[in-house]
Ligand binder design. Structure first.
Ligand code: KG4
Ligand code: ZN
Length: 365
């Protein structure tokens, strides 16, 4: 039963958590939403500065919350990829420094693997294989989870991620940032059939449509045109109906593909992860579609859907228990496929130590 302290700073949350096996002992998230709100989106430089200001305090708070001393922590982890490099560097450097000072093993973690592992926190008996529907601000993928560190992408978006589509459409509707929760709230009061919007199908060169890939940029353009037309007709936009129709189109696209992938690949469990997993429309529609087919759907609670460090610590425990560690030279990377997760844990071969003798030293001429 390993205990890991993990740091997550890949985007706009400074988060630190401590997880023992799959049990959360501390989970502190310091959100930067207020810092970015005036800009209507995330400003990378502002995010990095925000992390620097709060990281020490967040680590201290997590330790207090856990009631643990350093001797009870087996490994230190930090998100290494993918994300905003300047933001990642803050948490990664803090994690490496702590690992050095406290002489603990260090693990760099893939952010998306964290989102996959979020389901372990609420369903500790869950074991691969299962299908993960990962829907966040930067990614929308259907992933076959074979075992810890071994992932295959079955389907993905060809352009905008689902969360990105929510954020962009919310901006068009004048709802501000972050758009997902605002659309979710409004959609509950609107009619999803009010406007017909495209589902975002991806054509195949040989004809027909890709069964698991999707595209959301056309949907966003359709909403933009619709808003222009509605504005020319009336001063007031039917915001609730627009939100419900847009959300309905995204939810339909995701549900259809997740169910098809689960059936075609024989998965009996779909674990949903990422910020958009908090969406109430997706939660109810996917659960209702899966139930009659005998497919189990797991949605983490809201606090583990959006970015947090508990999911990162959970992934760290999985790897640490398989004797994996990262060298302290592991770099922050803005892009990295899930297929490359195991590259973060190269086998560290002990280097032959050449004893250095002071008397051997000669001044360079
Ligand atoms: O996973 P996450 O916290 O960060 C990334 O790794 O991207 O996801 C953030 C995204 C944002 O685009 C946000 O608008 C969206 O998740 N989101 C939602 C909801 N809550 C957050 N989208 C739809 N409905 C929600 N309730
Ligand atoms: Zn995320």
């Amino acid at each position: 039963m390993a205990t890991a302290l993990a740091i997550e700073t890949s985007c706009d949350e400074t988060a630190v958590a401590i997880v023992k096996n799959r049990q959360v002992l501390a989970n502190v998230v310091s959100s930067q939403i207020a810092l970015h709100q005036p800009y209507g989106g995330i400003v990378p430089e502002v995010a990095s500065r925000g992390h620097v200001e709060t990281i020490n305090e967040t680590i201290a708070q997590a330790l207090i919350e856990s009631n643990l001393g350093w001797s009870e922590i087996d490994a230190i982890a930090a998100t290494a990829a993918p994300g905003l490099v300047g933001a990642l560097l803050v948490g990664l450097t803090a994690g490496k420094t702590l690992a050095m000072l406290r002489q603990k093993p260090f693990l760099g973690i893939h952010h998306l693997e964290g989102h996959i592992c979020a389901s372990y926190l609420t369903e500790p008996t869950l074991q691969p294989p299962f299908l993960c529907l990962l829907v966040s601000g930067g990614h929308t993928s259907l992933i076959a989870v074979r075992e810890a560190g071994r992932y295959e992408t079955i389907g993905q978006t060809r352009d905008d991620a689902a969360g990105e589509a929510f954020d962009k459409v919310a901006r068009l509707m004048g709802l501000g940032y972050p758009g997902g929760p605002a659309i979710d709230r409004l959609a509950a009061e609107g009619n999803p059939q009010a406007f017909k919007l495209p589902e975002g199908r991806v054509s195949l060169p040989e004809g027909g449509f890709h069964p698991y890939d999707c595209s959301f940029s056309g949907l966003k353009t359709a909403v933009s045109r619709l808003i222009q037309t509605l504005r020319s007709e009336s001063a007031e936009l039917p915001l609730a109906d627009l939100a419900a129709s847009f959300q309905g189109a995204v939810v339909k696209a995701l549900t259809k593909r997740a169910i098809a992938a689960a059936q075609d690949f024989g998965f009996s469990t779909i674990a949903v992860g990422g910020g958009v997993a908090a969406n109430r429309g997706l939660r109810s529609t996917l659960a209702a579609a899966a139930e009659p087919l005998g497919i189990r759907v797991l949605f983490p609670p809201m606090k583990f859907c959006t970015d947090n460090a508990a999911m990162i610590a959970c992934a760290a425990v999985e790897h640490f228990e398989r004797d994996r560690q990262s060298p302290l030279s592991v770099a922050a990377q803005s892009r990295m496929g899930l297929e490359q997760v195991l590259d973060l844990y190269p086998e560290v071969k002990p280097r032959p130590v050449t004893p250095w003798v002071a008397s051997d030293w000669r001044p360079p001429c």
